[in-house]
Write a protein that binds this ligand. Structure first.
Ligand code: BES
Ligand code: MN
Ligand code: ZN
Length: 482
């Protein structure tokens, strides 16, 4: 798919489809005037009829309207004057593109999507997300990206930045959608190496021997059940002076989570290829940040393992020694993500980061608490927490804080070892998981994003196919860009 910028009269040349957003204020839009002129007033009459919805993300395809040089005129609704227009344009562009992507198209023209650079980037990223589906191994595809997108009403650098962000979101979506027999620690690592070389950041890959040498006993405990060796990736991007402290981004990369001996039932296990979404998020943010040349130093740490059962898998009652030296009693082998992250956070601390942020499909409890569309936000630092809540909301990727009172710590105190890997019973499971992670951040400003709900869509949205969603990459790319 190619993206081109145009500034000539958008009604002067032929194309397959012209896409325009219209909300309740459609009468005052300049595109309405142009269309009325071209169609002798037909457009306004059609809109007045009330048959074309201006409700958010409703898509109407009009076939060969006389006077319009396209086979299809596509109207996508944007609703009333929105509080966060960047979210509205992302979703509207995605919805229109997804409706068009049901068939192969040569050229699709987007007109009138957004005015601020943030809105334009969001719309372009939305169009790219809408054009990629989860049907990667289907012989008969049901999603066809168009050969060409023509963009009107934006300059070079805005369109390019939007494309970079859209590509990063689609990279993460593709990684999450890859089946677990294709995507496992080693294959994720080589994909990450390829991304690093193309985008221009550095990457270090720790193999099993190095992980043993580094005493990453918590991560290695989880990995023992699989014949596939674990990996830990360290990503480094330098966009600021070498002496300025980096921001650390840490990702859970469990390429498949069977639960281990605390085996998941079939229904819960079916989608557990998604358990590396945190790792994909970190890789996506690095790809975008590096291509956008953001003026920050970043360090990324990604822990890659498969959580399986075997004669040598870790067991209930085992005691693991984390890299930090803390000992951990295993009470449930399905609480594996926090074990992987424990060592990753400890590795991240070595780079002396100013802040640490981790991304993880960590708990079902977080989905129970907040549903599928909102990520849990848990932090030891109030201003970092409110900053994250604010900028993610602006992009329409919602995060919401959960409490972190110190009394939750009592629940993870160990009897044989320092701590245990689950709380007492199920209640507050997202928080006790976060409390476990907090044991490994040495009071560094830190935030934990539990993306178990929004990282993987069980059902499609109008603007995005089901499967991996690339959730939070856009927000963090925008935050780093600001
Ligand atoms: N990967 C799961 C969490 C998850 C659940 C992700 C649903 C995406 C969708 C995690 O490793 C897990 O199994 N957590 C357990 C923790 C429990 C054993 C304390 C859970 O949520 O049940
Ligand atoms: Mn698990
Ligand atoms: Zn898991």
């Amino acid at each position: 798919m190619q993206l081109q910028i145009h500034s000539d009269d958008w009604l002067s040349r032929a194309c397959d489809a012209i896409v325009i957003p219209f909300g309740e204020n459609w009468k005052s839009r300049p595109q309405t005037q142009s269309l009325d002129q071209a169609t002798n007033g037909w457009f306004s009459r059609a809109m007045e009829s009330g048959e074309i919805s201006t409700k958010p993300n409703k898509v109407t395809l009009l076939i060969e309207p006389a006077g319009v040089p396209a086979r299809l005129l596509v109207i996508v609704g944007t609703g009333s004057e929105p509080a966060n227009p960047s979210q509205v344009f992302f979703r509207a562009a995605g919805s229109a593109m997804r409706a068009l992507a049901t068939k192969p198209r040569k050229s699709v023209r987007f007109v009138g999507f957004g005015s601020s650079p943030l809105e334009i980037r969001a719309a372009i990223a939305g169009a790219m997300v809408g054009s990629q589906g989860q049907d990667i191994y289907r012989t008969e595809k049901n999603t066809f990206p168009p050969d060409l997108i023509e963009w009107y009403g934006a300059n070079d650098s805005q369109v390019w930045a939007g494309e970079v962000i859209g590509n990063a979101v689609n990279l993460a979506r593709d990684l999450v959608n890859q089946p677990p027999n294709i995507l496992y620690p080693e294959s994720f690592a080589s994909k990450a190496e390829q991304v690093a070389h193309e985008a221009g950041f550095s990457i270090e890959v720790w193999d099993k021997a190095k992980l043993e040498q580094e005493k990453c006993g918590a991560l290695l405990g989880v990995a023992r059940g699989s014949v596939r060796d674990p990996n830990l990736l360290i990503l480094r991007y330098q966009g600021s002076s070498p002496d300025s402290q980096p921001l650390a981004l840490v990702g859970k990369g469990v390429t498949f989570d069977s639960g281990g001996y605390s085996l998941k039932p079939t229904d819960g296990m079916l989608t557990m290829k998604c358990d590396m979404a945190g790792a994909a998020t970190v890789l996506g943010i690095f790809q975008a940040a590096s291509k956008l040349r953001v003026r920050r130093n970043l360090v990324g740490v990604i822990g890659l393992v498969e959580n399986l059962v075997s004669g040598d898998a870790f067991k209930l009652g085992d005691v693991l020694r984390a890299r930090s030296g803390k000992t951990i009693e295993i009470h449930n082998t399905d609480a594996e993500g926090r074990l992987v992250l424990a060592d990753c956070l400890d590795v991240a601390l070595q780079s002396n980061p100013s802040k640490m942020i981790d991304f993880a499909t960590l708990t079902g409890a977080c989905v129970v608490a907040l549903g599928n569309d909102v990520a849990g936000l848990m932090s030891n630092h109030n201003s970092l927490q409110s900053e994250i809540q604010t900028f993610t909301e602006q992009c329409g990727e919602y995060t919401w804080p959960l409490p972190m009172h110190s009394f939750y710590n009592e629940q993870i105190a160990g009897k044989v070892a320092d701590i245990k890997n689950v709380g007492e019973g199920r209640w507050g499971g997202a928080i006790t998981a976060a409390k476990f992670l907090e044991e490994f951040v040495q009071s560094r400003p830190w935030a934990h994003l539990d993306i178990a709900g929004p990282a993987f869509l069980d059902a499609p949205k109008p603007w995005c196919d089901a499967g991996g969603s690339g959730f939070l990459i856009r927000s963090f790319a925008e935050w780093l860009l600001a």
